[in-house]
Design a protein around this ligand. Structure first.
Ligand code: AMP
Length: 397
């Protein structure tokens, strides 16, 4: 498939699906502009070629109804500031006002259609609605990685109304897809995946999919204890999924069969309560006393995990290895970030993705020390699970 650099957008009206589903405070101010910054290169390419841009995005969950607090008009000014160009918003999604404003659009200018999800047809993936959207532009660019796991009208269905000479991925989408491919299919060995977070159950499909691609699997966070209990260790009051003990053993068996070295913590910081001020003790992972729970990995585990990470050439990190929201239990997660940073400095490729690990990376300022931080939570996780994203599939059909 052609890339955006293969096209010149002079005098073209270009529909760009972005993911500007940004977090807002109670006064509707944007609290994190990462998603806007990430889409900027694609938007600028079209404008610099002499084309005009019709942005499409959703914001929040209006469920098919026009809700004032979810109107894009509240974020248009901040987007304009970020792009350095005035962004006008249409009063409707694809109705008369949108059509009138599109008709009046001049090269070099940007129009944003009102919140896609003000129309229920968006999430339904309705073909008529997608076709009406398609008719507004000469060209379709999908740069909405964060929404690529949804088969919605503007993220997937619309693609069929453009032939291969009139559609392509945006630069963000390309970067995200390349980063995942580099870890799962085109990696330099040794490949290490670090999986943390609360539960095995939410990570099982990822583990299944990545096992064939990795040499080392480091397990941390709350899901550790399901593995430790399954192997006969004493986990005290640590978080555990008792109905997943067999599954944990099965994962360990599969890993062995596929020559993947699994690294579980050897020690933990145990706490006598689930709060930042709890009393703590460093104990062996198999000997957590009753009434105590493991809330972070211990110093020996940090050392062992860091060694593996520093000797890796490709690294994937998903999920914190402790309750990093509490400062007293953030040491392990920070140390993992540091080790990944060191490995990256020495030439490794590191990808951080999916929900809380991204939050941790931002909280501790590791963004510039890793190779790539994914902007898409669900889309990233589904890619790691081996699911073909509908937004990607639709472009290739
Ligand atoms: P996930 O969304 O599955 O990646 O889980 C992230 C959450 O796991 C974070 O909010 C962490 O606080 C939590 N977590 C990490 N380690 C532990 C632990 N040892 N005990 C309980 N929760 C944990």
């Amino acid at each position: 498939m052609k890339t955006i650099e293969d096209f010149n957008f002079k005098d073209k009206k270009v529909l760009i699906r972005v993911d500007f589903n940004v977090p807002q405070d109670k006064d509707l101010n944007i609290t994190d502009k990462t998603r806007i910054k990430s889409a900027k290169p694609t938007i600028m390419k079209v404008l610099e070629d002499g084309g005009s841009v019709i942005l499409m995005t959703h914001l929040g969950r209006p469920k098919g109804e026009a809700k004032d607090e979810l109107s894009l008009k509240h974020i248009a000014e901040a987007i304009s500031d970020e792009l350095g160009i005035v962004v006008e918003v249409s009063d409707d999604v694809v109705g008369e006002d949108a059509q009138r404003k599109v008709a009046a659009l001049k090269p070099g200018s940007v129009l944003m259609l009102e919140n896609m999800r003000f129309r229920e047809e968006e999430e339904e993936g309705d073909e008529d609605f997608a076709e009406q959207l398609a008719k507004l532009g000469d060209f379709y660019i999908n740069d909405a990685f964060g929404t690529a796991h949804r088969k919605h009208a503007s993220t997937a269905v619309i693609a069929k109304y453009f032939d291969e000479d009139h559609k392509c991925f945006g630069m963000l989408m390309e970067k995200e897809l390349k980063a995942i491919d580099k870890v799962l299919h085109n990696s330099e060995k040794p490949v290490t995946a670090i999986l943390g977070g609360a539960k095995v159950s939410s990570k099982i499909t990822i583990i299944d999919n990545i096992l064939p691609a990795v040499d080392h699997l480091i397990i941390g966070g709350g899901m550790t204890f399901t593995f430790i209990k399954a192997k006969g260790g004493e986990i005290g009051d640590s978080i555990v999924e008792d109905d997943k003990l067999d599954l944990a053993l099965d994962i360990l068996k599969q890993a062995e069969e596929q020559n993947v070295q699994v690294h579980l913590p050897v020690d933990v910081i145990a706490a006598d309560d689930f709060n930042n001020g709890a009393k703590t003790e460093i104990v062996g992972v198999n000997e957590i006393p009753e009434g105590w729970q493991g809330l972070d990995i211990g110093p020996k585990s940090i050392e062992q995990f860091s060694d593996v990470i520093k000797n890796s050439k490709t690294i994937l990190w998903n999920g914190p290895v402790g309750v990093f929201e509490f400062d007293n239990f953030a040491t392990g997660t920070k140390a993992i970030g540091d080790a990944i940073g060191d490995a990256t400095k020495n030439g490794a490729f590191s990808l951080v993705g999916g929900g809380d690990s991204v939050a941790a990376v931002k909280k501790f300022g590791f963004e510039d020390k890793v190779s790539y931080v994914s902007t898409g939570g669900g889309a990233m996780l589904e890619s790691l699970e081996g699911i073909k994203l509908p937004g990607v599939a639709a472009m290739e059909e």
